[in-house]
Design a protein around this ligand. Structure first.
Ligand code: HEM
Length: 160
């Protein structure tokens, strides 16, 4: 499993903890054929690919009736940077996110926001649009789609 591969490669304690936290996502992947090791995604996509993807996502946020009001209007570039750095670090690139923000604790960090099924669906829709727009290598795009699906499900913290 990719999680084990990451741990065996001797990645730092921060990464190991983050992946431990996320063990549910990997269970959700069992049985699926994944042709790319998730830690190779950064190699395929690069800094530029993540920047284009997350840029395309955040361009849609301010105009969105569900998500727009949830994000800080005066710090959208900061929000963009946090998500981009998180993904870069999570998929094998430089660890800027954990260096600056510590353990991701994504569920806890999303608690102040009302993430219900509709918000999750909209988030996935905007990210799907972004993935379609930027045309990353198909194996990387498929793995990211799967990852976003699992994490967004795990982040639902309100009924409705
Ligand atoms: C399920 C729908 C989701 C909603 C409604 C949502 C909403 C938000 C909001 C409002 C913020 C605060 C923006 C900021 O100031 O940084 C945020 C932050 C963040 N989100 Fe999400 N999010 C969702 C899914 C995800 C997913 C799937 C991921 C990861 C794959 C993710 C990763 C992050 C990260 C890394 C941050 C920055 C946390 C920090 O360091 O403070 N989010 N999200």
């Amino acid at each position: 499993m990719a999680f084990r591969a990451g741990a065996e490669r001797g990645l730092g304690a921060g990464r190991a903890a983050a992946e431990q936290d996320a063990i549910g996502w990997f269970h959700a992947w069992e049985g699926n054929i994944i042709s790319v090791d998730e830690l190779d995604v950064y190699g395929l996509v690069g800094e530029d690919g993540f920047a284009r993807l997350i840029g395309a996502f955040y361009r849609q946020v301010p105009g969105d009736p569900i998500l727009g009001p949830m994000y800080p209007p005066d710090d959208l570039p900061g929000a963009e940077q946090r998500l981009r750095d998180f993904l870069v670090g999570r998929f094998g690139g430089p660890q800027r996110y954990t260096e600056q923000r510590g353990h991701p604790r994504l569920r806890a960090r999303h608690m102040p926001f009302a993430v219900n099924a509709a918000a999750r669906e909209r988030w996935m829709q905007l990210m799907g649009n972004a993935l379609d727009e930027v045309q990353l290598p198909p194996e990387a795009a498929a793995l990211l789609r799967e990852f976003f699906g699992g994490v967004s499900e795990m982040l639902i913290n309100r009924p409705g």
